[in-house]
Structure formats: C-alpha cells, structure tokens
Design a protein around this ligand. Structure first.
Ligand SMILES: NC(=O)c1ccc[n+]([C@@H]2O[C@H](COP(=O)([O-])OP(=O)(O)OC[C@H]3O[C@@H](n4cnc5c(N)ncnc54)[C@H](O)[C@@H]3O)[C@@H](O)[C@H]2O)c1
Length: 429
C-alpha cells in the first residue's frame, strides 16, 4: 500500500470514527462548550483542510473527548466547508467552527494562531510549514505538524528556532513522521539501538511508488492558484517527492543512525518519464548516498513512475546482522546475533501521534520532536540539492545554503516559468 493509498484508507477512518463516536460519547455534557468560560476543553485549529488535515483533525478529536475543532484555515474557502462537513458527519457539534473562525487565504494561518485555540494542526503543502511553525510557536500554541518540515535550508534553520521556542514555552511539538509513532517500528529500531545487528555499516531505504494525481490548469486560474492546487508537482511548494514523500524513509535512516548526520551527500536524479505541464518541474527518480565519518554509507532510492515494481522497505546491514522493516507488509525482522520477528501489538500510528500529543498536554509533559524532524527533512533537502546540482555536497554546505524557494509574493497572479533542474548545470546556492 502506498502512502496515498493509505491516505484513502484514513478517509475511511474518518467515516468509521463517525459511527463509533456517534454511538454515545459525543452527547456527553462534559465538553463545557460555553465560550468565555475556559474549562479543560482543548480548542483545536486546523491549517490546511485537505486529505491529511481532515484526517489529523479526526485523530485529534478521537484522542481526547474534551477536544473541539474551533477554527480552520485554508488557501481555498471550499476546502474549509468540505472538511467541516466531513468532520461534522463524524463528530457532530464538536465541530464548533463559527464562520468568524474560518480563515481563508494563504495568510489565514496568522489569524488562526492568534485566535483562542490551544492546539494548532499544520497540514498545508510543506513550503508553508516554517512560517506557520514560527507563528504558532510565537503564539505559544501546542503543535502537530505534518512532515516534511521545510523545503529549503533557510526553512530548516527557521524550524530549529521554532523547536527551541516550543521548548522554552513548555509547549508540545509533535511531528507527522508517523513511523516514529508506530509500535512495530519503535520496537525494531530500539533493538537496533541496543546493538541487535552490531554497528550499522549500511542502510538502503526504498520509496518506489507510482505517480501522484496531477491537477491540470483550469481556465481563469492564475499561475499561483494552479501551482497551489497542483502543489505536489511544484518544487517550491513540495520540495520535490524526495522531500515530500521519501522523507519518511530518510527519517528512518536518521532514526537508525541515532541522529548522527552524514559528512557528505552525493545523488543522482532526473525526469525519466514525466511529461506535460501538469507534471510541473519535479524529478521522477532520485538515488542518494549519505556518507558518514565512521565509514557507514546509507542509500535512498525513490521513484514515482508508472508500471514499475514498487517497494517501501528499509534494509539495514550491521556488523553482526541484518534487519528488514516494511511497515505495510508488515515485516520487522532481525537476523544476526539473534533472530527476531516483531509479534507485538499493531497500532494506528496516525492515531498514536495524537493520543500522545494530547496526553502530553494534559500531563504537562511536553513532547518536542523538533531536532530530529528538522534534521530528517534537511537530509532529504540535501539529497535533492546533490541530485539537482550533480555535486557532492558537505553537510555543512547543505545546512548553510542560502537558497530560498519562496516566491516574491503569494498574490494570485503570475509566477516565473518553471524549468526542471539539470544535474551538472543547476548551480548550488
Ligand atoms: N504522514 C503522512 O503519512 C502523510 C500523508 C499524506 C500527506 N502528508 C503531508 O500532509 C501535508 C498535506 O498533504 P495533503 O495530502 O493533505 O494535501 P492536500 O492537497 O490534500 O491538502 C493541502 C491543503 O492545504 C491547503 N493550503 C495550501 N496552502 C495553504 C496555506 N498557505 N494556508 C492554508 N491552507 C493551505 C490546500 O488548499 C489544501 O486544502 C503535506 O505536507 C503532506 O506531505 C503526510
């Protein structure tokens, strides 16, 4: 199952939770919804009302019965109505979004984070994550933010600052790198950290999948509107699929290597089969080599091409054994000093993210995923930089890059023509 097939099944989850929640719990008076009387109800604001944002809101509402959806924001008003209608089917009057708290437009998040919400869910295209994380943490809100965290190095540095701010605030910052919240992966990576396969010598992670749906330009749409709607194919908005999608697998390299960063990154990539305007400027395949000071080498291969064999597995080779992880399979096995297969509980990682977020808020013991969620994102960005330029790039160069993918303005008007990068010719900035 690909990430996006899984996304569809999460939509199914929204419907399922409708049936579960309407079975009684929703009518409980404990919600204490009278505004102006702050009780222990947590007020949630959702920024980005697409597939993942709607799913995340459902998971927040499922995590804690004293949660209401209080405010929403989206670049496009119709997205807000669709999300509200879908969620109301499942959660009834816990979808308490007054019209005055529906914030349309690319900048709508600013008003949302300044409103009286306690928790902000960030699920827009990744381009906007650093600025939204900054605004949410400056406003002192608890945050759930979808992966990836940024699309360029200035964004990475900004996310690290926001993570520090959240720590100083004592607020929670939970990331949507969902495998970190899945019981089988937690058990497997814990064993690897405990030495079950010895020292990691190499790791190969794959994200070989099919292309994502394109949104063709419609008459009357400006460049900005079309690119926002077709964001998964626009480098400046998505960071390319290595950042937007394969970051999940790259995060597992970071997890296995326990936060040690590579000293240099080399990569290949290109557009083998993508064509047509709606395919934007993103590549359709990447192959990345991360080299570490201790001699370990970790590899990512990722592909979005049709009619090809798919795989989404982590192959980890240690000095004393090997480990295979495929969360969809599911396969979690270790062969080496010991032979082990995970046979514990299976969890819904998307739900666990929110269960742990809301439990942390209730207990006053904040979670802060900041450093590793930013680093995993930057590892993906560094791989993209190396592929686009054709150059081996040091980690220091990558994290200090001054290249910003931001447009001059977010006004719904013209944008410069898009041109896919050319390895060997695209400069490193
Ligand atoms: N963890 C996972 O498994 C997983 C799965 C799918 C998506 N995601 C991530 O979730 C995020 C959203 O993905 P999606 O599939 O829901 O996309 P989507 O296109 O369905 O939804 C994105 C929404 O954001 C809105 N938007 C765009 N710019 C905005 C802005 N500046 N302010 C407010 N709203 C804005 C869009 O109009 C759209 O409604 C992405 O970062 C994606 O990588 C994570």
């Amino acid at each position: 199952m690909t990430e996006y097939e899984h996304q569809l099944s999460r939509r199914g989850f929204v419907r399922t939770s409708a049936a579960i929640m309407s079975a009684g719990a929703l009518t409980a008076p404990a919600l204490g919804r009278l505004r102006g009387q702050r009780d222990d109800t947590l007020h949630v604001g959702l920024v980005g009302c697409g597939g993942r944002g709607t799913g995340a809101a459902a998971q927040a509402l499922t995590a804690d019965e004293n949660v209401v959806l209080h405010a929403i924001a989206d670049a496009f008003p119709e997205r807000m109505s669709t999300a509200c209608n879908q969620l109301t089917d499942g959660f009834g009057d816990r979808i308490a979004v007054d019209r005055s708290r529906m914030f349309a437009g690319v900048d709508g998040y600013k008003a949302l984070v300044e409103s009286d919400v306690d928790v902000v869910l960030l699920a827009t295209p990744p381009h906007f994550r650093p600025m939204q994380l900054e605004a949410a943490t400056r406003a002192g809100k608890h945050v759930f933010c979808e992966k990836p965290m940024a699309v360029d190095a200035p964004g990475y540095r900004s996310v690290l600052e926001s993570a520090r701010r959240a720590k100083n605030n004592g607020t929670s910052l939970v990331s949507g790198f969902c495998w970190r919240y899945n019981a089988p992966e937690r058990a497997t990576y814990r064993r690897i950290h405990e030495g079950a396969i010895g020292t990691i010598r190499s790791m190969h992670v794959t994200y070989h999948t099919s292309p994502l749906a394109q949104v063709p330009r419609q008459p009357g749409w400006s460049d900005m509107e079309w690119q926002l709607r077709n964001w998964k194919h626009m480098i400046w908005l998505s960071g390319d699929h290595i950042v937007e999608q394969a970051c999940h697998s790259i995060d597992k390299i970071n997890w296995a290597m326990q936060g040690t960063m590579p000293s240099k990154v080399t990569a290949l990539g290109g557009r083998g089969v993508r064509e047509g305007e709606a395919s934007g400027d993103v590549f359709d395949h990447f192959s990345v080599i991360y080299e570490y000071d201790d001699g370990a080498r970790c590899f990512l291969t990722c592909r979005q091409q049709p009619n090809s064999s798919n795989d989404n597995t982590d192959y980890i080779m240690g000095s004393d054994g090997v480990c295979y992880v495929n969360g969809w399979g599911p396969t979690h096995t270790i062969t080496g000093r010991e032979t082990w297969t995970y046979d514990g509980a299976r969890t819904n990682m998307y739900q666990v993210e929110h269960d742990e977020l809301f439990a942390s808020i209730r207990s006053g013991k904040p979670i802060n995923d900041g450093q590793w969620m930013a680093d995993s994102t930057m590892l993906a960005i560094a791989g993209r930089m190396a592929a686009y330029t054709g150059r081996t790039i040091s980690w220091e160069e990558a994290i200090n890059s001054q290249e910003s993918l931001s447009p001059e303005s977010y006004a719904f008007g013209d944008l410069p023509p898009i041109t896919p990068p050319r390895p060997g010719f695209t400069p490193f900035k």
